[in-house]
Design a protein around this ligand. Structure first.
Ligand code: NAD
Length: 363
């Protein structure tokens, strides 16, 4: 039996609260959210037990406090908590960048209470309305414990995150921010820049835009993400992003030289080595560089749920090219990814699965 507090009950806070309620119905959940209608919904749906006020002393009785409000609000809360938080209370957040919050942790001397958190799941939609008890299921959940958190509390909190169905991974804040700069932040910047480049180069008839299907659409899909969120991430992880951008620019200059000098061997190497490495990353997620016919859907983590879908499609003579769970779903929706051989199979499957009440996403 634990008591868990939420400050901010939006998409991420609401999803963690829902998952906790489902898996640990005996735990006591309390929450403060600026918008009272959210809290009223959460009480009506039996997601939380008690409503808190701002800086409510009841938070100090919690085993875990989740900071899930916008970053500046979370930072302000740490000033309030620093003098009164009990030694055995774990304070955690869900932010996409870990450096600034850990800096604040050091300033507030909360190193023995704070375990940074970053669930690699989410959506472009925000708010409690879109929260789901399945959002973090089978998603990586990065944990960045403060240097002085007792090992037993780290183990206890890691077990709790795993119990919700997420996949905990413990890193330092520096490792987290460097890794995400390379595999998440840089790709978003490249995708947005590529889209802006094509917008600039296109003619009045917009031939580029018209023809830009397949590969271009796949590689730039993430350019449709929330500008607010990406502005915030770039302002928070500036140094790491700037460094990986430098490396990328150097690589581009090298590629331009290879092309200008018509160096056939080097060009082959460029594409062969990227293909080999890309193929080794994730055999399921191979839609990045070529046109892919992919559906994403939400499914429960239950024995046989993938088999049921495969059987349903097979009964309709639809062949599946690839199928698998997506573990990194930050800013995306849909837990299961199904790839088909052609457009018709994908569209027919979307109809069949929607009719069977699966939540299907196409992108
Ligand atoms: P959200 O907008 O859905 O939720 C934020 C909640 O905080 C809202 O319910 C809002 O009413 C509440 N709030 C705002 N100001 C408040 C205040 N002063 N006091 C109390 N509550 C307040 O946002 P979200 O998508 O849940 O994002 C929350 C955090 O999660 C962000 O730090 C974000 O970086 C991180 N995150 C988001 C995603 C994603 O894909 N959305 C993924 C991983 C991490």
């Amino acid at each position: 039996m634990k008591t868990i507090g939420f400050i901010g009950l939006g998409l991420i806070g609401g999803s963690i609260a829902r998952a906790t309620r489902k898996i640990h119905p005996d735990y006591k959940l309390i929450a403060y959210n600026r918008s009272r209608s959210v809290i009223a919904d959460a009480i009506a749906q039996n997601i939380i037990d008690d409503v808190c006020e701002e800086n409510d002393p009841r938070f100090l009785e919690c085993d875990y406090i989740f900071l899930c409000a916008p970053v500046e609000v979370n930072l302000k809360y740490m000033d309030w908590l620093k003098d009164s938080i009990p030694a055995n209370c774990i304070l955690t957040d869900v932010g996409s960048v870990k450096g600034p919050i850990h800096q604040k942790v050091a300033e507030c001397q909360l190193q023995s209470n704070f375990i940074g958190g970053h669930p690699m799941a989410g959506s472009e939609k925000s708010g409690f309305t879109f929260s789901s008890d399945r959002l973090i299921e089978n998603a990586y959940y990065i944990l960045t414990p403060g240097e002085q958190v007792p090992i037993n509390l780290i183990a206890d909190f890691t077990d709790f995150i795993a119990s919700l169905g997420a996949i905990p991974m413990v890193l330092t804040a520096e490792e987290h921010d460097f890794i995400t700069a390379g595999v998440s932040h840089l790709p978003h910047i490249i995708a947005s820049s590529l889209v802006n480049l094509v917008k600039t180069l296109d003619n009045e008839e917009e031939y580029m835009k018209t023809i830009a299907a397949g590969g271009f659409r796949d590689i730039t899909r993430i350019a449709s993400s929330s500008p607010d969120m990406w502005q915030q991430i770039c302002l928070e992880n500036t140094e790491n992003i700037s460094n990986v951008l430098d490396d990328f620019i150097r690589l581009l200059i090298q590629v331009r030289y290879t092309i200008d000098s018509r160096d056939a061997d080097a060009l082959y190497q460029l594409f062969a080595s990227s293909r080999d490495y890309r193929d080794s990353i994730d055999v399921v997620d191979n839609g990045l560089l070529k046109r892919a016919y992919i559906l994403y859907l939400d499914i429960a983590d239950e024995t046989g749920s993938i088999a049921t879908i495969a059987t349903t499609l097979a009964m309709n003579q639809i062949s599946i090219k690839n199928i698998g769970i997506i573990h990194n779903r930050e800013f995306e929706q849909g837990v299961l990814k199904i790839e088909f051989y052609d457009d018709a199979s994908m569209n027919q499957s979307a109809l069949i699965l929607t009719k069977r009440n699966y939540k299907v996403y196409e992108r």
